[in-house]
Design a protein around this ligand. Structure first.
Ligand SMILES: [Fe+2]
Ligand SMILES: [Fe+2]
Length: 297
């Protein structure tokens, strides 16, 4: 079923809608409140489409920063309350996403899990040059092409994503079979259209390139792409484990995936990482409840 081209999809999806819960929380923001900025940053950290808005806005200000702003906290402070409020007014009148299938909800939990893992791995071993907050944002937005696809054709998205999430490679393959292109290609065009900084486009473009190739280049965008790739593979590998799995159950799963990937030994320290994973997953679970995409208990 070859459908429209990525360009045609992006003609229809000029910008991403927000979740109804995110809109409600935005409307409840009080600029006079001392925690106004923290709340905005908290929302952007939980919702990739809102993070896109913030990062695009700050990096295209008249006084655009010399270095791209990749930390959501810095971005919100730099924009200032008035600009944030203008943006909130603009985005809250858009149509909302309606994620009513597990595959749709998985888009958010996957983005949050990859972001949390990337933040945890930043600073470790071969990722020692990566800033943890920049790593978080890259993880959050790495699959933005899949959000565009979901918004454009939720049913087709569910059919492909729902059955091919065992590894990133099988997802890419299934997407190409179904649509003639994959979420990397679509994500790259979306990043350009939505005004994301170049470094994020590069991370999106490279996040499924074999790690052995990425690691040969020392530039920071290659390090961030490698970090996102490792986090992506790990997130998919642990997704079959119960949310409350303990480190002794997690270590063998991480070990098996690291071995099957032929990753160098120094890349991921399995035991310390396994200790961090329950906390990361609990945070994702809390965010999913905040977003209205999971129910407590
Ligand atoms: Fe991906
Ligand atoms: Fe992914």
């Amino acid at each position: 079923m070859l459908g429209p081209s990525p360009e045609a999809i992006l003609q229809r999806v000029r910008e991403l809608p927000l979740l109804p819960t995110v809109v409600m929380r935005m409307l409840a923001l009080d600029p006079e409140s001392p925690d106004f900025f923290d709340r905005v940053v908290g929302l952007a950290r939980e919702d990739p489409p809102f993070a896109v808005e913030i990062i695009s806005a700050v990096n295209s200000l008249d006084a655009a920063p010399l270095m791209p702003v990749l930390r959501l906290g810095d971005a919100v402070t730099r924009m200032g309350a008035n600009h944030v409020l203008e943006m909130v007014t603009e985005v809250t009148v858009r149509e909302s996403f309606v994620p009513n299938e597990p595959t749709h909800r998985h888009l958010w939990s996957h983005a949050l899990e990859v972001a949390g893992l990337a933040r945890a791995l930043a600073g470790w071993t071969v990722f020692k040059d990566a800033d943890s907050e920049a790593a978080y944002l890259c993880g959050l937005l790495h699959d933005i092409g899949r959000f565009v696809m979901f918004d454009d054709s939720p049913d087709e998205f569910g059919l492909v994503d729902g059955t091919h999430l065992d590894s990133p490679e099988s997802l890419i393959h299934a997407e190409r079979e179904a649509w003639g292109f994959d979420h990397v290609e679509l994500g790259l065009l979306a990043a350009k259209q939505m005004g994301l900084p170049e470094i994020l486009s590069t991370v999106i473009r490279l996040h499924h390139i074999p790690l052995s190739l990425l690691r040969r280049v020392g530039d920071i965008e290659f390090t961030l792409a490698a970090l996102v790739q490792v986090s992506d593979v790990l997130a998919l590998a642990i997704s079959d484990l119960p949310v409350d799995a303990h480190p002794p159950e997690i270590v063998p799963v991480l070990g098996a995936v690291a071995e099957s990937r032929d990753w160098p030994e120094e890349l991921v320290e399995l035991e310390p990482l396994a200790m961090l994973i329950p906390g990361i997953r609990a945070e994702v679970e809390r965010s999913m409840i905040d977003l209205g995409l999971a129910t407590p208990g």
